[in-house]
Design a protein around this ligand. Structure first.
Ligand SMILES: [Zn+2]
Length: 308
């Protein structure tokens, strides 16, 4: 007898296609919906708040759910102007996607840094001497020609290759203009693929500039979409991490486990998803609070806590 998940797969697939085909959806909404059914998006919904890592305030959790379900985010109704960039209200305000996409002052680096820290800690737990924020030869070129430290540097003992891996974490919103130009509304993970290729292109230029001596590291972009979805290449990297964990037979530290996150893979997949969704929701809470007109803020907070 096939598993229940297998049996219900066709029903989910059919329903997914029907929802995505809704002609009333905007391109942005369709891109977001398509992204949030990809690998690891919404994984946080399986987590149990048994440890601090899987806990969040009720208001934040409410926004995480509304965002995941593509609902209007409560508290955004009265916002006419973004307090961060001064931008005027458009369709990205009601879904609170503005700070994730068009806002020039959106604090997107927080999610990036948290994700980098999780990945670094994960390698350490596997007994691999990965380093964080490495400069010098391992620094990476940015699109504007600047040098930036490698997010996480993985030694060759764990890469099965000759070189270090310079992991480069990148998060992109499938709803932004550049990603929509690459058809993120009709092609699954098009946004993650775009930023992955962009990072590799920069690395190729860096390699050319290095001349015959080459570079002593290989760049590994780890692309995520803002829904938490892992890009195709990031999924391949993840399979490698799980293989390493199996080979090293590292059993997950007991006190970190929960009933649903009871192994290396489930724990870290949930943690990555939870961290991205929670950080996003926290920045939305702060954005709403700052952008609301005086007098509205109290209503937003009390509504948030009473309704959940
Ligand atoms: Zn803004």
């Amino acid at each position: 007898m096939p598993s229940q998940a297998k049996l219900s797969h066709a029903i989910y697939q059919k329903r997914r296609e029907a929802l995505l085909a809704d002609p009333s959806l905007s391109r942005e909404d369709r891109a977001w919906m398509r992204s949030r059914v990809q690998f690891n998006a919404g994984k946080f919904l399986q987590s149990i708040p048994m440890t601090q890592k899987f806990q969040c305030s009720s208001l934040v959790f409410k926004i995480m759910l509304q965002s995941q379900m593509d609902r209007k985010i409560s508290g955004t109704e009265g916002i006419k102007q973004c307090a961060l960039c001064g931008g005027h209200r458009d369709s990205s305000f009601k879904t609170a996607r503005h700070p994730l996409t068009t806002c020039k002052k959106g604090k997107r680096v927080i999610a990036h840094d948290k994700l980098r820290d999780i990945i670094h800690k994960m390698y350490q737990e596997l007994g691999i001497g990965a380093e964080k924020e490495v400069r010098g030869l391992f620094s990476q070129l940015t699109s504007d020609g600047d040098h930036r430290t490698a997010d996480v540097l993985v030694p060759p003992s764990a890469t099965e290759g000759e070189f270090h891996w310079a992991l480069d974490v990148t998060i992109t919103a499938p709803t932004n203009k550049t990603n929509l130009e690459r058809h993120s509304d009709t092609r699954a993970l098009a946004a993650a693929t775009r930023v992955h290729n962009k990072k590799l292109e920069i690395f190729r230029r860096q390699l050319e500039a290095a001349g015959p001596a080459g570079l002593q590291f290989e760049k590994k972009p780890l692309a995520f979409e803002a829904t938490g979805a892992m890009g195709k290449e990031t999924q391949e990297w993840w399979k490698g991490v799980v293989k390493l964990a199996t080979e090293r037979q590292r059993h997950h530290v007991q006190e970190q486990q929960t009933w649903t996150a009871n192994g290396f893979s489930s724990y870290y997949l949930q943690l990555i998803s939870m961290t991205l969704a929670r950080t996003h929701a926290e920045s939305v809470v702060s954005w709403i609070g700052r952008s609301q007109q005086p007098g509205e803020a109290d209503g937003f907070h009390s509504r948030g806590t009473i309704n959940v």
